[in-house]
Design a protein around this ligand. Sequence first.
Ligand SMILES: Cc1cc2nc3c(=O)[nH]c(=O)nc-3n(C[C@H](O)[C@H](O)[C@H](O)COP(=O)(O)OP(=O)(O)OC[C@H]3O[C@@H](n4cnc5c(N)ncnc54)[C@H](O)[C@@H]3O)c2cc1C
Length: 384
Amino acid sequence: MQVVVIGGGIIGIASAYYLGRSGAEVTLLEKGNLGNGSTDRANGGIRAQFSSPVSARLSMESMEVWETFEEEFDTDIAYRRPGYMFLAREEETAERFEENVRKQNEVGVDSEMLDPDEAAELCPELYAENFVAASYSPADGFADPHLALQGFSTAADAAGVDIRTKTEAVDVRKDATGRVTGVETAEETLDADYMVNAAGPWAAKVAKLAGVDLPISPKRRQLMVADPDTPVDSSVPFTIDQDRGVHFRPERNGAVVCGGHFDEADPDMSPDGFPKQVSLDWSAQVIEGLSDVAGNFGPETAVKEGWAGLYSMTPDHHPIIEETIPGFVVAAGFSGHGFMQSPAAGQLVSEIIVDGSPSLVDISSLTSDRFERGTRLEEGTVID
Ligand SMILES: Cc1cc2nc3c(=O)[nH]c(=O)nc-3n(C[C@H](O)[C@H](O)[C@H](O)COP(=O)(O)OP(=O)(O)OC[C@H]3O[C@@H](n4cnc5c(N)ncnc54)[C@H](O)[C@@H]3O)c2cc1C
């Protein structure tokens, strides 16, 4: 079986690896270099603390892979697990967290509610008096997306995947019945029984090559590394002030990676040309927000570097994973969760193509027609 995967980000590479391992003959096309899309711009967060059962399940299955990645892929991805802690300032938010924790526990996620003093035990400089409650899951954490991409790509190469960088897919061939039969590059046409659209923020554009409309919008999000006044210990969880929309997590040597999204306007961006630098205004807003979360972020807090990237957003913040038309498989629209869920996504893509249907997780709710059918999903713990 011949498969052409379009996109050399973490979703495309993971898909190519699992397909190759299952015996498919795989060619992966990447128009730039591996990871140059959203993957190298991600924060690396890995959590199962979602209120939507399908998101929690995708993450839980992926965490099984992340846990053993170093042995299986011979690559240290700097996986650390200090947990994720969501903070509530408002009673209403705390009630939502309680509902989320109930749903998470139902699907096997080991999350719990904390009172502000318990939250301060995990984050010693926390201004506990500003919060009414927190939800916490100790198994959550983060890893390095680029190292993970390298681990998957080395393994994909060993599994026989033909990885072609600087090679853009420019058109899709179909037969008279509408089934995909090949993918065109500038140089040649590659025969394909299946193609996989793993083009991240370019996914809607790639879908158009096959005559398919996908509701996936590229939205700009920013992150920065800061040196707080008081260093943040590596044991402090990935901490999110849900009501103010700011977050931070420990980086190396007391520094943090932090961010937030404050603008009401959230225009679609062109993935081929959007501002990649962070603005001074935004940096100031993040530090000001964090200065009301924990004592670490005093006036001497220094910004070291910042960058912007794109979330590939669907209207309900859940991905689309499906065979949309015969031979055309989509794994895209992962919003802020594509890195963490890539191992499950890759396995599911392989199951759809090699086994004929997905089985790792019930993804029947992740089809693209859910928006027209009015069965869009809900997620209460979005991090912007
Ligand atoms: C600021 C920020 C923070 C984030 N934080 C997290 C986080 O903490 N945890 C998490 O799980 N996720 C996070 N994400 C989301 C995560 O980065 C994405 O979900 C994930 O990287 C998507 O991977 P992908 O492979 O789908 O897309 P990409 O990495 O964008 O890869 C798509 C690739 O397709 C290629 N391509 C496009 N068109 C073509 C074509 N026609 N032919 C050939 N190649 C083509 C592109 O060049 C690109 O390399 C974050 C994202 C941003 C922007």
